[in-house]
Structure formats: C-alpha cells, structure tokens
Ligand binder design. Structure first.
Ligand SMILES: [Zn+2]
Length: 128
C-alpha cells in the first residue's frame, strides 16, 4: 500500500483535516491543525505569469487602481500585492545609491563651461 502524506503548504504540518470540497472544481479542501489555515493543497494560480505581467505593464502606464480593476477584472488588493512582491525583489535604495560609479563619470565645471561656450547663442557665464 502506498500512503501519500499531505503536508500544509504554510507550516509543513501533517496534521490536516478534510474540510469539504471546492464547489467549482470538486477538489478536496483541508484545514490545518498546526496553523489553522484552510484551502486546497495544490491550488492553481488564478492568474498566469503572462497575464500578471500584462496587467502590471498596463498599471505602469499610470491609470488608477480602479481603472485596472474595471478593465482587467482583477482586484485592487491583488495588484497591490503583486507590486509589493516586485518591490521586494529590487535592491534597497541605500545599497543602490552607494553603488554609483566613482567621480570620473561626473563632468567637471570647466568641461561644462566649454560645452556652453561652444554654442553660438549661449550667454557667457562670466558676464563679458
Ligand atoms: Zn499549517
């Protein structure tokens, strides 16, 4: 006999209790005695990665959250959660700012002045 041990995806506990079936797809639902969470064990993600990327791409064109909700039929909180997940993937601001290359890439003042003087209609900075 093969026995499949089911574990809670949240806490890893094997102390699960059957808790009815999903009305839509008929999958067995469980409740975890370890962490009190419940649901199906192999729940399919509601949005594919492509769809999620498409919605986030649309969001970055700066419509309102409610606009995204109306057009794509995705809850604002879901979009907000995706944005938080994306933000966590980025390096933190302080580390990013400290990573700026050294001074040689920054133009010196006299280099800027040279650039200004090259233009025919530029006003002279020293007033003559
Ligand atoms: Zn659990």
């Amino acid at each position: 006999m093969i026995q499949i041990t089911k574990t809670c995806p949240h806490c890893g506990s094997i102390n699960l209790v059957s808790n009815g079936h999903n009305k839509k797809n008929g999958k067995q639902k469980y409740r975890c005695n370890g962490c009190d969470k419940y649901g199906t064990l192999d729940a399919a993600p509601r949005y594919s990665e492509e769809r999620k990327e498409e919605i986030l791409k649309a969001y970055f064109e700066r419509p309102s959250m409610r606009g995204i909700e109306r057009v794509f039929g995705v809850a604002r909180q879901t979009v907000s959660n995706w944005l938080s997940q994306q933000a966590e993937k980025h390096p933190d601001l302080e580390a990013a700012l400290n990573d700026v290359p050294a001074e040689q890439d920054v133009p010196e003042y006299d280099e800027l002045q040279h650039f200004v003087k090259k233009k025919p209609k530029a006003v002279a900075l020293d007033g003559d």
